[in-house]
Design a protein around this ligand. Structure first.
Ligand SMILES: NC(=O)c1ccc[n+]([C@@H]2O[C@H](COP(=O)([O-])OP(=O)(O)OC[C@H]3O[C@@H](n4cnc5c(N)ncnc54)[C@H](OP(=O)(O)O)[C@@H]3O)[C@@H](O)[C@H]2O)c1
Length: 241
């Protein structure tokens, strides 16, 4: 049985992962800002601990992790947000918000967690397939996830001597409160339940990379092998609306 820490466990993919790990008899450390969602996850559970903190606040993140009673062996860094740039008009405040949650929030979470890492642990970072190909309106989100992907792939090398495996997850569209805000067509979107199955299977096999849904992420990865100017034409076609 594993002890699994999950950031962003109060909603969407993280919430589903937490429920599924609990149902499987694993222990969880659920993290997020929403106290009610955290409370409802841990109540009546003997193998669940909740840590409430905002990942954009490095000190609060460190403080919360220092109070942790459990000893996770799987660390899923999942918390994040998504905002799109409209009409190509760069909005520095929007880009800061997205990077603070998706990239610096991951950095803060890793910094606060690394003192607890031990040989044999698994670090899992939730990126996005949007980091692999430029997608319309994803100037902020895609760039933040490209930074996440680079950081995680670098960590794969630097944590190896410490016998810690790093898994990078590249999801396509998943139906969650994050994507419920989208007004465009989301091809081959999957449920949070399906996302949780794909992520948990990959973690169990200690895969270095997890891509899902297979068809959508394979199409984008193939597009990513083409010259940039063809990539843009194809990704604009795939994600119109
Ligand atoms: N849904 C998709 O199609 C999709 C595709 C590719 C990648 N992803 C990635 O998957 C991850 C989860 O996304 P989701 O779709 O499940 O989104 P979601 O339903 O909006 O959940 C986001 C989670 O992140 C937490 N979070 C956000 N900002 C935070 C902050 N500043 N401090 C602490 N926790 C914070 C939220 O918790 P609180 O509100 O309680 O803080 C919530 O639990 C994200 O990294 C996202 O980029 C999603």
């Amino acid at each position: 049985m594993s002890t699994v820490l999950i950031t962003g466990a109060t909603s969407g993919i993280g919430l589903q992962l937490a429920k599924d790990y609990l149902a499987n008899g694993d222990s969880v450390v659920v993290c997020g800002r929403n106290p009610f969602a955290l409370q409802s996850l841990v109540q009546d559970q003997i193998n669940a601990e909740a840590l409430q903190f905002d990942i954009t606040n490095a000190e609060a993140t460190k403080q919360a992790l220092s109070t942790m009673q459990s000893q996770p062996n799987v660390w899923i860094f999942n918390a994040g947000n998504c905002e799109y740039i409209e009409k190509g008009e760069i909005d520095s405040e929007l880009i800061k918000r997205v990077f603070e949650a998706n990239f610096l929030g991951l950095v803060n979470s890793l910094q606060a967690s690394q003192v607890h890492f031990k040989p044999g642990d698994q670090v899992v970072v939730i990126g996005s397939i949007s980091s692999e190909v430029a997608l319309p309106r994803a100037e902020a989100y895609g760039a933040s996830k490209a930074a996440v992907s680079y950081l995680a792939r670098t960590l794969q090398m630097t944590l190896k001597p410490k016998q810690i495996d790093v898994t990078v997850v590249y999801p396509g569209f998943v139906k969650t409160p994050l994507t419920d805000k989208n007004t465009f067509d989301m091809p081959m979107i999957v449920s949070a339940e399906e996302a949780s199955v794909a992520i948990r299977k990959g973690i169990e096999k200690r895969q270095a990379y997890i891509y899902f849904p297979t068809r959508f992420t394979s199409i984008l990865r193939l597009i990513g092998l083409l010259p940039y100017r063809w990539q843009n034409a194809l990704s604009a076609k795939l994600l119109k609306g």
